[in-house]
Design a protein around this ligand. Structure first.
Ligand code: PEP
Ligand code: MG
Length: 528
């Protein structure tokens, strides 16, 4: 029996899986070359058509995120810009499979080389499109993973994820990959355990593996003791998830009886369709950059999106954040290419630099405010002048709407506390109506460890005393000055971090909807 081998990566979707490894990188493509270039061209056209109709059939059965991903892939596949280099190569004498692979690999290399996580994450979609067409060109069928297997490879195609039957378990272990990829998003919403950033190639691809996607690790050729310990952790995770479900309907209270407000973080307005408003205390963060897709959204589109969420929440508060484009969230036509986007023109800096775009959002927010209990906050505030400029623009747009007789309300205006300059000197920001701590960015800036880099994941911890001390100081300052303080970074939904956050004085957390039950259960275990 070989020695156990342990690899550590980053958890992209918590959970446990035990099963045989399945090699995702085994591409079986046997293409039989054609007589003439015209025949090669016809073969590629036919294969693109087959791949498109296969994706269309899948998308007709898909909903929500999955449908969006497939529509994105279909649009890419139908874009001549993607296929024309392959047809050009066929004219120079290359067979269809080589021409297609060469053209798509060049495209993939471009995405892989991007310094923006969003674009690197899209490389998986282009790889998927490449393989869909190669599969359609091939004489052989596709190799299906056995049920319950752990799919292991460089990356995983979204269609592979959607075609896999996860009902009997299984998981995903990637050498590369990203927690921001489409598949990571799907895995979290379907509860499929997934680990990314495992790095090195595994020599052994046979036998059972143990995937611990709660802590981001995998063990190959495990010993009996390791299997027993793994099964214990896995059943404790399952028990915690089941128990968590019973907390969903109740208000969150610690063991000592301290009430904690738990709100949700959303992005797309349709996210609220799946949430029962009675299970949460409102929306602590609506990220609006996701409305900024290929084109900048007009005032009406934004107004409708905000109004939908406000009406859903009724009397409960909805905190909408003005667009936080840039960093790991580029928006074509709005953000700019930068060598270090996390330290560049992102969040409020970009909005103030592009007032014509910002004012459209401000008007939509002022108008939507009449439909519920709206609060607005600004991302990436570093100095108080940014807050004052943004607030002055709200006041100007309010005057203009009033002059035109358009219904509107001025919401309370607050700030994200995610740049260390604010957390260190909160007294400079008493103009703000409220503070919302963005632990994702605050942690990466305090620890100088990027939030999306597996190599420095061990440094990127909200529980580091340096980060916790800042959070406690901001919370205490808010209490003294009667400025409400909440926390809306991912740490709020992490059961392992919740006790430290409550001990730091926080009583208001905002979490991803999928984490709501677990967060409430974790709060119930805190003794403060
Ligand atoms: C944060 O930084 O913690 C936060 C909530 O904002 P985002 O993750 O959108 O940067
Ligand atoms: Mg942030």
């Amino acid at each position: 029996m070989s020695e156990p081998l342990r690899l550590q990566g980053i958890s992209a979707s918590a959970g446990y899986a035990e099963g045989p490894l399945f090699d995702l990188d085994q591409t079986v493509v046997s293409y039989v070359g054609k007589e003439t270039a015209d025949d090669e061209k016809a073969a590629l056209e036919a294969a693109i058509a087959v791949a498109t109709s296969r994706l269309t059939a899948l998308s007709e059965m898909a909903e929500g995120d999955a449908a969006d991903i497939l529509e994105f892939q279909i649009a890419m596949l139908q874009d001549d810009a993607l296929s024309s280099p392959a047809f050009a190569a066929i004219r120079t004498g290359l067979p269809a499979d080589k021409a297609w692979r060469q053209a798509l690999d060049t495209e993939i290399a471009g995405y892989d080389a991007s310094d923006q996580d969003y674009f690197r994450a899209r490389a998986a979609d282009i790889r998927d499109i490449r393989d869909q067409v190669l599969r359609a060109l091939s004489e052989d069928g596709d190799v299906q993973a056995p049920t319950g297997a752990i799919l292991y490879g460089w990356d995983i195609a979204p269609t592979r994820f959607l075609e896999t039957d996860w009902s009997s378990g299984g998981g995903i272990a990637l050498k590369a990959g990203s927690t921001a990829s489409h598949v990571a998003m799907l895995a979290r919403s379907r509860g499929v355990p997934m680990v990314v950033g495992l790095g090195t190639s595994l020599a052994r691809l046979t036998g059972t593996a143990l995937l611990d996607a709660e802590h981001g690790g995998i063990v190959l050729s495990p010993s009996k003791t390791e299997i027993a310990a793994f099964r214990q952790s896995s059943s404790s995770f399952r028990a915690r998830s089941d128990r968590a479900g019973t907390f969903l309907a109740r208000p969150a209270v610690t063991k000592a009886g301290t009430a904690v407000r738990v709100q949700v973080n959303i992005a797309d307005p349709s996210d609220v369709d799946l949430i029962d408003i009675t299970t949460c205390d409102g929306v602590g963060l609506m990220r609006t950059e996701f409305l900024f897709g290929k084109t900048l959204p007009d005032e009406e589109t934004q107004y409708r999106a905000y109004r939908k969420v406000l009406e859903w929440a009724g009397e409960k508060p909805v905190t909408i954040r003005t667009v936080d484009a840039g960093g790991d969230k580029p928006v074509p036509g709005f953000t700019i290419e930068e060598s270090n986007p996390f330290l560049g023109l992102r969040g409020i800096r970009l909005s103030l630099a592009r007032p014509e775009v910002f004012r459209v959002q401000i008007r939509a927010l002022l108008r939507a405010a009449v439909h519920g209990s709206l609060k607005v906050m600004f991302p990436m505030i570093a100095i108080v002048e940014e807050y004052r400029q943004a607030a002055a623009m709200f006041a100007e747009e309010q005057t203009a709407l009033a002059a035109r007789g358009v219904a509107h309300n001025m919401p309370p205006l607050g700030i994200m506390v995610e740049v260390p300059s604010v957390a260190i000197v909160p007294e400079a920001f008493t103009d703000a109506a409220f503070f919302s701590i963005g632990s994702n960015d605050l942690t990466q800036y305090v620890m100088a460890a990027a939030r999306d880099n597996a190599a420095v994941a061990h440094l990127n911890s909200v529980r580091h005393p340096a980060v916790l001390r800042l959070i406690a100081a901001v919370t205490a300052f808010g209490q003294r000055e009667e400025i409400p303080v909440s926390l809306c970074g991912d740490a709020a939904g992490d059961p392992a971090s919740i006790p430290s956050l409550i001990e730091a004085g926080l009583r208001d957390l905002s979490v991803a909807p999928a984490q709501l039950a677990m967060a409430k259960a974790a709060i119930a275990d805190v003794s403060v």
